[in-house]
Design a protein around this ligand. Structure first.
Ligand code: 6PG
Length: 483
């Protein structure tokens, strides 16, 4: 009996995906570097469907029907290259290798080229939703050739999460690295979203003196509003959880150093290369970075700086009112963070020649993935109608939302600053918004400075061409250096 699809790598994500495939009637070949894990997998889940286990890569490839489809779920980087090399040794022209890990999209572009030389279709595919999603329905973002999409489509649609309207959360994003690119930005947005939630929590915890459980209740309520999303929902769950050992709120016994595996950093690095400001995502990455600066933070506790008291000392009524302001600030900042992420995708689309359908992308993020949220419906509508062509911020629905939240947004940030509670993503998002609002930016002054110290030239508002002022010469005459 032959398998119609195979999974390489049976760690949490791979095992869940293999089971999901089997639950949907696929005959699934499974292989893991250490056979022990394959045996354990078979013992635990073997009865859930048709699995064909292999001890070697050769056997694994041979157990697949032609054209062969193998999905790799191993660590990004070197381990992925290793598996691709081994598979390619036994695969033939027309076979498909899907990399479902969080690969860096430039690696995917390189791998696709290498495999194309052998006639093998290489598909970099973003998979979101964690272990639970992989098992019960992830959101998937495959890149690669149209040809491979035709083969993959029925398989992936069967295992994908379904949006509330029944649409499967998978779509062909574009050629080569497009899928992994959008998954990377998805994760960047995830970072910004999580940091915004964390800033809101900090304001309630230290600013309003609320207990974690009470704050959990607030997030649960927020989940009934425009903020309805997976991340807000799980925040309520985390904050309501008590530590079994000590009986304290779990959040209080967790070390306050945030980890990261790279996708957020890549999103920012790539945005810098593309020249797209993703200030919210960047601040979110830096906030995790600061949390992990052990020596700096210890020194700041040993030799503390003077500063204001974090407590706002509000009565109950004022507290309730301030909580609503935080909610609005969170919503406005979140809109900016998403808009910036989509801008990065649009720019990359131009540079890398991907024709990414943004409305469709927003639609496949509506279920299964970590940033799934009700307002992605609004985002897809905005792109669909063309109203978000320049930026999501100009789509009437979002423009209105920003205007509605604006006063609260400013008030929350001003209060946070006064009380010494850091709100890097709130603040940078508002700064971006105000930067857009400004008719003239102080960038003109920077151009003047650059021209003075480095003859970098400037453009004039009233005449085309590049100009340089002879700063060092008497009279400081201006000359035109190009037209
Ligand atoms: C997802 C997630 C997932 C990622 C984690 C960890 O979409 O399912 O984005 O792919 O592995 O969120 O990311 P960090 O460890 O960098 O926080």
């Amino acid at each position: 009996q032959e398998a119609n699809v195979g999974v390489v790598g049976l760690a949490a994500m791979g095992a869940s995906l293999a089971r999901n495939l089997a639950h949907h009637g696929n005959r699934v070949a499974v292989y893991n570097r250490t056979y022990k894990r394959t045996e354990a997998f078979m013992q635990e889940y073997g009865s859930e469907g048709v699995f064909i286990p292999s001890q070697t890569v050769k056997e694994f490839v041979e157990s697949l029907s032609v054209p062969r489809t193998a999905i790799i779920m191993v660590k990004a980087g070197e381990p992925t290259d290793q598996v691709i090399k081994e598979l390619a040794e036994y695969m033939e022209q027309g076979d498909i290798i899907v990399d479902g890990g969080n690969a860096y999209f430039e690696d995917t572009i390189r791998r696709e080229k290498e495999m194309a030389k052998l006639g093998i279709h290489f598909v970099g595919m973003g998979v979101s939703g964690g272990e639970e999603g992989a098992l019960n329905g992830p959101s998937m973002m495959p890149g690669g050739s149209d040809w491979s999409w035709n083969t993959l489509k029925p398989i992936l649609e069967s295992i994908a999460a379904k949006a509330p309207d029944g649409e499967p959360c998978v779509a062909h994003i574009g050629p080569n690295g497009a899928g992994h690119f959008v998954k990377m930005v998805h994760n960047g947005i995830e970072y910004a979203d999580m940091q915004l939630i964390a800033e809101s929590y900090d304001l309630m915890r230290r600013g309003l003196g609320m207990a974690p459980e009470q704050i959990g209740d607030v997030f649960a309520q927020w989940n009934e509003t425009e903020l309805d999303s997976y991340l807000v929902e799980i925040t309520a769950e985390v904050l309501r959880k008590r530590d079994e050992k000590t009986g304290k709120p779990l959040v209080d016994v967790i070390v306050d150093h945030a980890g990261m595996k790279g996708t957020g950093t890549w999103t920012v690095q790539t945005a810098l290369s593309l020249g797209v400001p993703v200030t919210g995502i960047a601040e979110a990455v830096f906030a995790r970075g600061l949390s992990d600066q052990t020596q700096l933070r210890e020194q700041a506790q040993k030799d503390p700086f003077n500063g204001p008291d974090a407590s706002l000392a509000l009565d109950d009524e004022a507290k309730q009112a301030f909580i609503e302001l935080i909610r609005q600030a969170l919503y406005a900042s979140k809109i900016v963070a998403y808009a910036q992420g989509f801008n990065e995708i649009a720019e990359a689309g131009k540079v890398y020649g991907w024709d990414i359908d943004m409305a469709q992308l927003a639609r496949i993020w509506r279920a299964g993935c970590i940033i799934r949220a009700k307002f992605l419906n609004r985002i897809s509508d905005a792109f669909e109608s063309g109203a978000a062509d320049v930026s999501l911020l100009f789509a009437p629905y979002f423009k209105q939302a920003l205007e509605n939240c604006e006063a609260a947004w400013r008030k929350v940030i001003a209060t946070a600053v006064e009380h010494g509670i850091p709100t890097p993503v709130f603040s940078s998002s508002l700064a971006y918004f105000d930067g857009l609002r400004a008719k003239r930016l102080p960038a003109a002054l920077i151009q003047g400075q650059r021209d003075l110290f480095g003859a970098h030239t400037y453009q004039r508002v009233d005449e085309p061409g590049a100009f340089h002022t002879l700063w060092a010469e008497p009279g400081q005459k201006e000359i035109q250096v190009s037209h």
